[in-house]
Design a protein around this ligand. Structure first.
Ligand code: NBP
Length: 478
């Protein structure tokens, strides 16, 4: 066989086969394909003759079909399957060849794999790919890590298949080793928060405002023409407008209210806990899914007399606008927290991540794509050392404009007994961030009392401990 392909794809389930077709449809690419079971390979070749794939039944044949430097994108399940394919390729690849893992790997696995593979002088690139199956086919947002050298070869190919937003390809070299998969993980965490916030807005409009799903769908369609414009608002409007074909009821009313997850939201929160960076909006979104899935516990809840009261709505239009404002402000907080988490991860792992570029490549192809990301990109372009997105001029004004409505919605939803974990935690985060003094001083006092953990003083350097069980005098310990 002649080594004629400039790129190969291993793993031909939904993502891999669509990515292979996307690659083949772009000029200049000749695509080699391989899958463990030959049926998927044969199906792909038979169904898409226009792609002119170079198909192989064995990994040896696949490797031989790639021109040097060989580049193979792996699209298999994260974990053992990915390790098995990497091992098979790295046993056959040679110096300067490039293995790309396009699956949803945990970034710490990517760091390990990069070390192992690069020890053989083979490049390893962990690339986060977002946009689901449609994105893989029509243009995803791509977040590659790995070395700059590998990106020089890989960049033009990835640019050829990525989504395009405002004439720019939604791909950039994120940083070394696991940086790409780290940023993809945070992307998914933000996605959890965004979805939960939209769901809470829906719940308020329905339970307090008495709007039905079709009416709420129309509200979301109107919102989608303004600053909330996003793929998630757009698809939510579609879901709410859908009528169940079996019962004639709104589809949302016949879907079991137990939300699943595949783990990247959990990874984001676990990681943020390790880094000590608050991602409360994302965490509440993950926990809201957990609570929704506690079927037995929810079914066993007694009929509480919980003091909830009717939300009296005098002006329906003003009420809907307040909910929109609360959603926008909470969303800004969720994104601010997500970008903080990327900054914290970059610091911890010595990645030089350009946050403005990250915002830019999320404008197209991915699930959280939105106009709003232009504002985030602008904010970081104006000040790459911005301490929080909430301190950028545009976002200060947006939050100030929304703050009154935000407080009304959070307080009135609480009075009405409507659960709003992400709305409420976002507002509390904002209030915590801007507070001159936090009750953390008292927590330090408590910690010193029972554990002699010491505290710092506002008026002098050093560490101090009060002799709580003695004469209550203070001693300096450091
Ligand atoms: P799956 O992960 O469901 O399928 C795995 C594919 O890899 C199958 O075709 C399987 O072959 C093949 N494979 C090979 Br080659 N070697 C394997 C091995 N040693 N063990 C197991 N399978 C092996 O595919 P997917 O849903 O297309 O997802 C691919 C990756 O993309 C995953 O990491 C996923 O998390 C990620 N991702 C998915 C989405 C999405 O929307 N689905 C979005 C973004 C990212 P077989 O035919 O012999 O079983």
């Amino acid at each position: 066989m002649s080594a004629a392909a400039n790129i190969g794809v291993v793993g031909l389930a939904v993502m891999g086969s669509n990515l292979a077709r996307n690659l083949a449809s772009r000029s200049g690419n000749k695509v080699a394909i391989y899958n463990r079971s030959v049926e998927k390979t044969n199906d792909l070749v038979a169904n898409h003759p226009e792609a002119n794939f170079i198909a192989s039944d064995s990994i040896d044949e696949f490797v031989a079909s790639l021109a040097k430097p060989r580049i193979a994108i792996i699209m298999v399940q994260a974990g053992f399957a990915t390790d098995a394919v990497i091992t098979a390729l790295s046993e056959r690849f040679e110096k300067d060849d490039i293995i790309v893992d396009g699956g949803n790997a945990l970034y710490t696995d990517t760091i390990r794999r990069e070390k192992e593979v690069s020890a053989k002088n083979i490049h390893f690139v962990g690339a986060g790919i977002s946009g689901g199956e449609e994105g893989a086919l029509k243009g995803p947002s791509i977040m590659p890590g790995g070395s700059k050298e590998a990106y020089e070869h890989l960049g033009p190919i990835l640019r050829s298949i990525a989504a395009v937003a405002e004439d720019e390809a939604c791909v950039t070299h994120i940083g070394s080793d696991g940086a790409g998969h780290f940023v993809k993980m945070i992307h998914n965490g933000i996605e959890y928060a965004d979805m939960q916030l939209i769901a809470e807005a829906y719940d308020i409009l329905r339970k307090a405002g008495g709007l039905n799903p079709i009416e709420i769908s129309r509200v979301l369609t109107e919102w989608n023409a303004g600053e909330l414009e996003s793929y998630l608002i757009e698809i939510t409007a579609e879901v709410l407008a859908q009528v169940d074909q079996k019962t004639g009821e709104p589809l949302v009313d016949v879907i079991l209210d137990a939300a699943g997850s595949k783990g990247t939201g959990v990874w984001t929160v676990q990681n943020a806990l390790d880094l000590g960076t608050p991602v409360s909006g994302i965490a509440e979104a993950v926990f809201a899914r957990s609570l929704s899935s506690q079927a037995a516990q929810r079914a066993g809840a007694p009929e509480y007399s919980a003091g909830d009261t009717i939300w009296e709505i005098a002006d329906q239009g003003a009420f809907i606008e307040d909910v929109r404002q609360a959603l926008y402000a909470s969303k800004i907080v969720a994104y601010a927290q997500g970008f903080d988490a990327i900054g914290a991860g970059a610091l911890e792992n010595n990645w030089d991540i350009n946050l403005g570029e990250v915002a830019k490549i999320w404008r197209g192809g991915c699930i959280i794509r939105a106009q709003f990301l232009n504002r985030i990109s602008d904010a970081y372009r104006q000040d790459s050392k911005l301490l929080s997105l909430l301190f950028d001029g545009y976002f200060i004004r947006a939050i100030e404009d929304a703050a009154g409505a935000w407080r009304q919605v959070v307080s009135k939803a609480s009075l009405a007994g409507i659960p709003i974990p992400a709305f409420a935690s976002s507002l509390s985060y904002f209030d915590g961030l801007r507070a001159e003094r936090l009750p953390a001083a008292l927590v330090q006092g408590q910690r010193d009392f029972f554990g002699a953990h010491t505290y710092k003083r506002v008026d002098m350097p050093g560490a101090f401990h009060t002799l709580w069980s003695g004469d209550k005098s203070e001693i300096q310990t450091d």
